[in-house]
Write a protein that binds this ligand. Sequence first.
Ligand SMILES: Cc1ncc(COP(=O)(O)O)c(C=O)c1O
Length: 388
Amino acid sequence: MKGDQYLLLPGPTPIPERVIRAMSKPVVNHRGSEFKQLLTEVTEGVKRVYRTNQHLLIYPASGTGALEAAVVNFLSPGDKVLAVSIGVFGDRFAKIAAEFGAQVEKMDFAWGEAADPQRIKERLDQDVNREIKAILVTHNETSTGVFNDMQAISAARGDHPALLMVDAISGLAVLDLKMDEWNLDVVVSGSQKAFMIPPGLCFMAFSERALQRHKEAKMPRFYWDISSGLKYLEKGQNPYTPAVSLYYGLSEALQMMQEEGLDNIIERHRGYRDMVRTSVRAMGLKLLARDENASHALTAVVAPEEIGANKIRKYMLDQFNIVLAGGQQSLDNVIFRIGHLGYVRELDLLAALAALEITLQKLGWDVQLGAGVSKAQEFLLNKAKKGE
Ligand SMILES: Cc1ncc(COP(=O)(O)O)c(C=O)c1O
């Protein structure tokens, strides 16, 4: 029996039953009082996850929509932008800015590495005329399983006036992120990651400083325009028809997140990361990210060259109904990615690790059954002993 699929992707993630039930409620008038209450409540709830008291808008789109919203609302064609990239999604943010006419300067780091805040600082120090208008950075690079230290990058910006724009689509509520305390100006995120709801909503929070810049920003925009978004939000509405059912799901998911507590959620994900890394290493496999910057959201595992990552993924899917993500672009067939964010339990990961050992042995890798699983078990036992 194949049973339910184990969706261990770094998004979309499994959806809790509570959220599924909440989304099945009848749709209400999106210009009526019930929706007003729902919108106000979820907007405040998502702001708490961002740890911000500033502005936040919700759009019916996948995360990339919010990246575009960030670019078009706060920049003008010809603006100089420093795009820090450590992988596929950093490149995407840069590409969007370039498409809309920004003068993009890329600062690339090797895939698998985190951005070096010192290099960012040095570049900004050279910008004596303060021409750089924004710095684009990925909080958690989903293509490599590496996170950037946003607090250190914000400190590296210092008093340079460039807006710090952060793609936290897969990082928010998985890794620490304190938008206001760390002076982040624009932070975008998506529903299908730690928020545990289906794809289709994205969030963009922005600082008061960013809002002031918006007033002079001239990039073409219509659907994403925060001026109309904010105007309608005051009335408890969206400018255009919102994805009402997803808002029900979001409301329930926020309730679940509040019950667990944001700090506990982040700690839980840290535990997943540590458990998976220690287990995979004991299977004799290499990890793409170093320990210091290894994501809480996913683990990128380097497949044995003689087997290839895609064969491993196929076997896991065919035999165990476990879905793992592949590598993107140059990492295709080189790595596979185990997603461990959102509504994932330790038990799911334990099962996936056991299945991985069987898969590896079947495909000819010299691994003793139990080598990695026992490490994960020890990890969980130690945690239980500490009473965590
Ligand atoms: C860090 C990051 N940025 C951007 C995106 C793009 O989001 P979407 O596919 O929801 O448009 C993703 C999706 O995986 C992501 O992980």
